[in-house]
Design a protein around this ligand. Structure first.
Ligand code: NAD
Ligand code: IPM
Ligand code: MN
Length: 374
């Protein structure tokens, strides 16, 4: 019996609502696997973001970071909302504002060296294709993974001297290359930058080119300017099929844009990793939907939990090496969304034109998953 620890960080607003559904998945996997003498998943809950500020004064309390370091994986909802940052002293606004919830997320990524953020964009179910806000013939066949550098760029201040030789760029390029080599033939790497303006982008482009040419000669790659790529992403997204490799801020913006392809921000999962997920070695990772805390719809039971549930699938695959279970979760999601199922209409939340609640979706995925794993 293998025992693993997963730290659960619900966060703020809609964060806890979607995390509850992800936790249902972890619990059922643990239950089924424990029965068959496999893996027991121990769940620990921690604080991050606005709730952590209100309770402890810090968006990333020591205790949370300690628990994270002792875990095999972390499942996170989302942090932030209009009520933060709060005034340090409500009676004396000249004292300024307190910490921001978002800082907790940046700090945990940095502290755990989670430099690679994988954001796959694909149709969880073919039945979503006709519901995309973009034309069916434009989006059909789109499948890429955005690999976003997560601990550098403008997010973390100026580039330091030590990165003159581009070590940060080199390691993310290598990770992207290893993922590209998992397909046969190798996936194309599309590297996005702004090398016509930014010196950091010229470093990026030079290091990506050198690393791929020298170390991975079989992988096809192309450079694109980020502005043109943002246009192609909605005009003809298949042009970017394969792997999209880019820096922190560009990757953040482009991944929200990419969610328009399958039809909702509530669909795209992510994994933030500190090493290559090879499915064998232990790989500490933080898993979260790409969306935020959706304060405009929180508390109404209408938030789409699919992005979080698919993040759990990534967690199972990359950090717990439970590949079969990860696939089963993805298959269950497909079935739940499928138009053909359940009397001719899948289970969908409001963002996808449906009327099902957050927990109805989660429960249905669990029900189907249980059947798959039995
Ligand atoms: P958001 O991603 O929370 O929401 C943008 C829009 O998408 C909203 O209309 C929202 O209702 C909708 N949406 C998001 N997730 C959805 C889901 N699962 N189902 C259905 N609809 C969904 O972005 P925002 O409103 O710009 O930011 C809100 C807060 O979240 C801010 O404080 C921001 O800093 C924070 N944020 C946190 C994270 C994170 O924790 N990883 C990510 C992004 C934004
Ligand atoms: C994301 C979010 C975060 C980011 C914020 C909340 C710090 O937008 O995870 O996409 O910019 O990385
Ligand atoms: Mn974002």
């Amino acid at each position: 019996q293998r025992k693993v620890k997963v730290l659960v960080l619900p966060g703020d607003n809609a964060g806890p609502e979607v995390v509850v559904e992800g936790v249902k998945i972890l619990k059922i996997i643990s239950k089924v696997r424990t029965k068959y003498n496999g893996v027991e998943i121990e769940l620990i809950e921690g604080k991050i973001g606005g709730k952590a500020i209100d309770d402890t004064g810090s968006p990333l309390p020591e205790e949370t970071l300690k628990a994270a370091k002792e875990s095999n994986a972390i499942l996170l909802g989302a942090v932030g909302g209009p009520t933060w940052p709060r005034p340090i002293d409500p009676n004396d606004l000249s004292k300024g504002l307190g910490p921001r919830p978002e800082q907790g997320l940046l700090d945990i990524r940095k502290a755990l060296n989670l430099y690679a953020n994988l954001r796959p964009c694909f149709f969880s179910s073919d039945s979503l294709i006709s519901h995309s806000p973009l034309k069916e013939n434009v989006v059909k066949g789109t499948e890429f993974t955005i690999i976003r550098e997560l601990t550098g760029g403008i997010y973390f201040g100026e580039r330091k001297e030590e990165d003159e030789n581009g070590q940060e760029v080199k390691r993310i390029t290598r990770l992207a290359a290893h993922l590209a080599l998992q397909s046969n033939p190798p996936a194309t790497i599309h590297s996005l930058d702004k090398a016509n303006v930014l010196a950091t982008s010229r470093l990026w482009r030079r290091v990506v080119t050198e690393t791929l040419e020298k170390e991975f000669p079989t992988i096809p790659f192309k450079h694109h300017y980020i502005d043109a790529a943002a246009m192609f992403l909605v005009k003809n997204p298949k042009l970017l099929n394969g792997i999209i490799l880019t820096e922190n801020l560009f990757g953040d913006i482009l991944s929200d844009e990419a969610s328009v392809i399958p039809g909702s921000l509530g669909l795209l999962p992510s994994a933030s990793l500190s090493s290559l997920p090879d499915g064998k070695n232990k790989c500490l990772g933080l898993y979260e939907p790409i969306h935020g805390s959706a304060p405009d719809i929180a508390g109404q039971g209408i938030v789409n939990p699919i992005a979080t549930i698919l993040s759990v699938a990534m967690l199972l695959r990359y950090s717990l090496s439970l590949n079969r279970e990860a696939k089963a979760v993805e298959d269950a999601v497909r079935k739940v969304l499928d138009d053909q199922e359940f009397g001719g209409c899948g289970y969908r939340t409001k963002d996808l034109g449906g009327t099902h609640t957050t927990s109805q979706i989660g429960d249905k995925v669990v029900e189907i998953l249980e059947g798959f794993l039995a």
